[in-house]
Design a protein around this ligand. Structure first.
Ligand code: ME8
Length: 517
């Protein structure tokens, strides 16, 4: 059995009512970078994503598509699975809520909640938004000029629901939740979201309807199959289904409690209020952390199907290349904030940070080495202050990136890496290795070695963000596969190692010429 420290990271499971867009791609990308980083850093990682397939919203979408819910879910779930290849994600598993193991986990959790006295039968009468799969009290809604009632927070239409329902005694959990947040200050991030959750819980909690009777597409309630479970109780449970729940002797149970549930800010209440309450009531430890990131808009507009401005990640990758898209999404916007997708900014990052700064650094260093050093890692002579200063900055990066990623500050991790790229480019200009060729070839070799070694360190840390490009650069430095984990961060490049011919990794993006009319 492995004694390495575990790391369990999850994405939300996405509704299969529609195909994935840039927002879904973003959340999974953030998790992918963390999973890859932690693996390279020696952790025993489990990275889970998947699809949320039950509930009224899916039932309606299936009906609109003229398909049975299961057939519809099977079809749309595939488009989320295909995104894994298109975006080069590295999940360890893809879970679907229609799997038998998930029914078992949901029903086992339900029985625990019932045994604990936290579930009772009553009747729900109130507003419900199918789009959000959320209950709203009247004060959270308003009637618009079109005389339709909508939820104030999401703008989604609500409908009046009156039906027998089981309730979870959420009202009894407010104090215990507040004590839990107090004892676990890292549980909700960023800070602004934490404040939002605290004030919601301090305002008092109402019991939560956890079953529905007016449709049947869901997990049946044990002992009362006229009821299906509320889709959020079902969905949240996926995180423990994966670890074998209720079988705590399952090999994957070692991953629970999860290190991180990554979510968008729209679903924070479900993850930070309902979920820890369900788990504590069932005697299961809550997750360690929930990070709620911000919302992407498209050139200033909310991304929506009706506006016709949904950004397709596959198309984006086809236009700009996979790694530039991965880089841009995590570099452009401070993680946690809302972001506006602008093609100009995308092209600016691609040509500026990637082609001009990093790509050019690699290209010019490696091509001088290829031309002047016999296609080998150059010899390393005595170091001067400028050399050790640059090498020290590169050496310090591992600790910096580790700290930033513990906080999910992807943008700061990348900024730290690119600071060193900038420093290295200034060092090339200052040391001018091309001018040393005639006067002092030994010194020229040392300068080139310092640069190659700096590129190696930076690139080891670029791997989680841009795995394909980083691998190509490490190949050009002849860094063996076995030396790409961070345990080899301090293993320096060996002078004399044969290098393959260099090749550019980040081509500039040029707007396609407009077709002549
Ligand atoms: O909520 N910007 O699924 P969902 C950034 N099934 N992120 C966005 C985004 C945008 N414009 N649009 C979507 C559900 N997202 C439930 C989750 S979990 C137990 C159940 C991302 O398909 C963001 O992560 O509506 C958001 O939380 C998620 O997609 C919602 O996906």
């Amino acid at each position: 059995m492995s004694s390495r420290k575990t790391y369990y990271v999850t994405t939300p499971i996405y509704y299969v009512n529609d195909v994935p867009h840039i927002g879904h791609a973003y959340t999974t990308l953030a998790c992918d970078v963390l999973a890859r980083f932690m693996r390279l850093d020696g952790r025993d990682v489990h990275f889970l994503t998947g699809t949320d397939e039950h509930g009224q919203k899916i039932e309606k979408a299936a009906a609109a598509a003229g398909l049975a819910p299961q057939a519809f879910a099977d079809k749309v779930s595939v488009s989320f699975r295909e995104l894994i290849g298109a975006m080069n994600y590295s999940p360890d598993n893809f879970i679907r809520t229609t799997e038998p193991r998930h029914y078992r986990a949901c029903q086992a959790l339900w029985e625990k909640l019932e045994e604990a006295g936290d579930i009772y039968l009553g009747k729900y009468a109130g507003w419900y938004s199918v789009r959000d799969e959320t209950y709203f009290v009247e004060g959270e809604t308003e009637v618009g000029p079109d005389s339709k009632r909508r939820a104030l927070s999401t703008g989604a239409e609500v409908e009046w629901v009156e039906e027998p329902s089981y309730f979870f005694r959420l009202s009894a959990w407010a104090e215990r939740l507040l004590a839990f947040y107090e004892a676990n200050p890292r549980f909700i991030a960023p800070e602004s979201r934490r404040n939002e959750v605290l004030s919601f819980v301090r305002g008092g909690l109402q019991d939560l309807s956890v079953s529905r009777t007016s449709f049947s597409w869901g997990v049946p309630v044990p002992g009362d199959p006229k009821h299906v479970m509320y889709v959020w109780l079902d969905a949240l449970t996926n995180y423990i289904t994966e670890c074998g729940y209720p079988d705590t002797s399952d090999a994957l149970w070692k991953f629970w409690p999860a290190d991180l549930h990554m979510v968008g800010k729209d679903i924070i209440r479900f993850h930070c209020v309902f979920w820890p309450a369900f788990l504590m009531a069932a005697g299961v430890a809550p997750p360690q952390r929930v990070f709620a990131h911000g919302w992407w808009t498209n050139e200033g507009q909310k991304i929506s199907k009706s506006l016709g401005n949904v950004i397709d990640p596959v198309e984006l990758v086809a236009t700009y290349g996979l790694d530039p898209v991965r880089y841009f999404l995590l570099r452009e916007v401070p993680f946690g904030n809302d972001g506006d997708f602008q093609r100009r900014a995308m092209i600016g990052r691609l040509n500026g940070d990637l082609a001009n700064a990093y790509g050019n650094l690699c290209q010019r260093v490696l091509s001088i080495v290829a031309r002047n050093c016999g296609g080998q890692v150059p010899g390393k002579g005595p170091l001067i202050d400028a050399d050790t200063a640059l090498l020290e900055r590169a050496r310090a990066l591992l600790a910096i990136v580790r700290t930033e990623l513990e906080e999910q500050a992807f943008h700061r991790a990348l900024a730290a890496l690119w600071d060193v790229v900038g420093e290295a480019n200034r060092y090339v200009d200052a040391q001018a290795p091309w001018a040393l060729a005639k006067t002092d070839p030994a010194r020229r070799d040392t300068v080139l070695w310092v640069l190659a070694e700096t590129i190696r360190r930076v690139t080891l840390l670029v791997q989680p963000f841009m795995p394909g490009s980083a691998a190509r650069i490490l190949d050009q430095l002849a860094v063996p596969e076995a030396q790409r984990a961070f345990s080899a961060f301090d293993a320096e490049l060996l002078p004399g190692t044969a290098l393959p011919a260099p090749q550019g990794v980040f081509p500039r993006y040029a707007e396609p010429a407009k077709a002549a009319s």
